[in-house]
Design a protein around this ligand. Structure first.
Ligand SMILES: Nc1ncnc2c1ncn2[C@@H]1O[C@H](COP(=O)(O)OP(=O)(O)O)[C@@H](O)[C@H]1O
Ligand SMILES: O=P(O)(O)O[C@H]1O[C@H](CO)[C@@H](O[C@H]2O[C@H](CO)[C@@H](O)[C@H](O)[C@H]2O)[C@H](O)[C@H]1O
Length: 461
């Protein structure tokens, strides 16, 4: 590659590399779908680690900090994973990957670009995983039982994602985590544990990338690609458009969720929350309502009523044991192939700290996430179809009950509290990422803020 710059970290010095890139990253990072600090200017940038993956391709962990915004939210600090290439000129197929041409520092005059969009760099990543080893602080590891084939053609997914994924020859998919936190990522930990339980509802990790600098963290996970699978969101919208029924699928989805929960309960320790823990959970949910209401003024009028909905948790005695769960379950996280549902993306809610996402939680939280998703689908399709959502919600709970042996509808306070917490999360998510969608969770907020009928033990799910 005659016009490839050799980016040698040893010859670059983190300071001078950052000088080269800082202006470009200030502009480029906030435009990325996976950038978490939407709406907040980046006020600090620091390079946490730099590794040369191959000549012309650098692996970077970059710290991006935001000053405290006027709304009173906490300052946000994040670490992002970048793969950067630099060429004198970019071939036309890499034009959309361009980040910019630094005017100073070691990369001055070269065109820096997002190397994950470069098929050559993506192919070399898979090569690294085929033959385990290290590159600086990065470790490329794989399941010793799996032999990865060479020469699979890479293609970067252009899905609306929180991370970036590369599909190799429709055989494997590599998820490169964009936002990196210290510790094992649950998207490696949980599917690995489920595979050891013999659970076939979740694709098992076959290879992964870790780093030990600036701390131990998971950087990427490779798993089998479910060829021809369609996600639940696309299917749900399809039936809404065609008028077809989705209740059988919703019932099967409930069964699949329960099966995964049973396997998770067997794989990880259970916890039995007492009254104090329920009070703490209710208080954490109230804090979240207040924080989101400060950031999204539309939520403010509903905050007191939502606080009462989650406050009902505080009076609960022993409920279901808490266990590891999916943590961000919705119709986009379930794939159907061969008439069978699979669950993917066990990262949990990307905005939450990793230790919180790895905690045992009520399985009702996942149920609530999926119930919210039926509501999303019914409101996104035109016209609004509340009866479609209601039938799916009932069928999903019935399917769940058939496999789990208990019915989520028998825990109405818990379900309502978790659905409220989830809708509040969605309000912030939409305000940050897709302001046009804000009315969807806000409609649920209006419903959840109403008092449930007196004496009702089994409100509509
Ligand atoms: N094992 C898989 N087989 C087929 N497609 C997959 C698989 N894993 C993920 N996908 C596709 O990639 C998309 C993004 O994956 P996901 O894990 O949800 O990433 P993110 O956390 O970045 O949103 C999914 O919506 C799905 O379409
Ligand atoms: O990127 P992830 O899939 O990890 O999840 C985030 O993005 C989701 C949207 O892509 C968001 O889900 C919300 O919108 C969905 C429709 O697009 C809907 O089905 C979900 O019920 C709703 O929560 C998810 O909350 C967010 O974490």
């Amino acid at each position: 590659m005659p016009n490839t710059a050799t980016l040698r970290p040893s010859g670059l010095g983190a300071g001078s590399l950052l000088t080269s890139l800082a202006d470009l990253l200030h502009g480029w990072l906030p435009r990325q779908r996976w950038f978490a600090g939407k709406g907040r200017p980046v006020t600090e940038l620091a390079l946490l680690s730099v590794t040369e993956l191959h000549p012309g391709c650098l692996h970077l962990l970059v710290h991006a900090g935001h000053a405290e915004p006027p709304s009173g939210e906490h300052p946000l600090h994040d670490c992002y994973q970048l793969l950067l290439g630099a060429h004198e000129t970019l071939p036309p197929h890499l034009a959309p990957a361009a980040i910019g041409r630094p005017t100073e520092g070691p990369l001055a005059g070269l065109m820096v670009y997002d190397a994950l969009q470069d098929p050559r760099s993506a192919a070399l990543l898979l090569e690294r995983l085929r033959t385990p080893g290290t590159a600086g602080a990065l470790a490329f590891e794989r399941d010793a039982k799996v032999l990865l084939p060479s020469g699979l053609t890479p293609r970067l997914l252009d899905a609306e994602q929180s991370n970036s994924s590369v599909v190799y020859g429709d055989t494997y998919i590599l998820k490169v985590f964009r936002r990196v936190q210290p510790g094992i990522n649950p998207d490696l930990e949980v599917p690995g544990a489920l595979a050891r339980q013999g659970c076939t509802r979740v694709p098992a990790p076959v290879a992964w990338v870790r780093t030990s600098l600036p701390w131990d963290a998971t950087l990427a996970v490779l798993q089998p690609y479910l060829r021809g699978a369609e996600d639940g969101w696309a299917q749900a919208l399809g039936t809404l458009a065609s008028g077809a029924d989705f209740t059988d699928e919703a019932y099967e989805l409930g069964r699949a969720t329960a099966e995964v929960h049973l396997a998770l309960a067997a794989a990880f320790p259970l916890e039995y929350p007492d009254r104090r823990q329920h009070r703490e959970l209710a208080s954490a949910m109230r804090d979240r309502i207040d924080a989101v209401a400060r950031a999204v003024p539309q939520l403010q009028p509903y905050a007191p009523a939502l606080g009462s909905a989650v406050g009902a948790l505080a009076g609960l005695d022993a409920a279901r044991p808490a266990q590891r769960i999916h943590g961000d379950l919705h119709l986009g996280q379930v794939l159907r192939t061969g008439g069978r549902w699979h669950l993917i993306d066990f990262e949990g809610e990307p905005a939450r700290p990793l230790p919180e996402r790895r905690r045992a939680q009520s399985p009702i939280r996942d149920v609530a996430g999926m119930l919210r998703s039926f509501d999303y689908a019914a409101r996104t399709g035109r016209p609004w179809r509340p009866e479609w959502s209601q039938r799916c919600r009932e069928a999903y709970c019935a399917g769940y009950a058939a496999a789990a042996g208990w019915d989520p509808r028998q825990e109405p306070e818990l379900l309502r509290a978790h659905e409220t917490d989830r809708a509040v999360y969605e309000v912030l998510y939409e305000a940050r990422h897709r302001p046009d969608w804000l009315p969807v969770p806000m409609a649920a907020i209006t419903r959840l803020a109403e008092r449930p009928p007196a004496g009702s033990r089994r409100p509509t799910p």
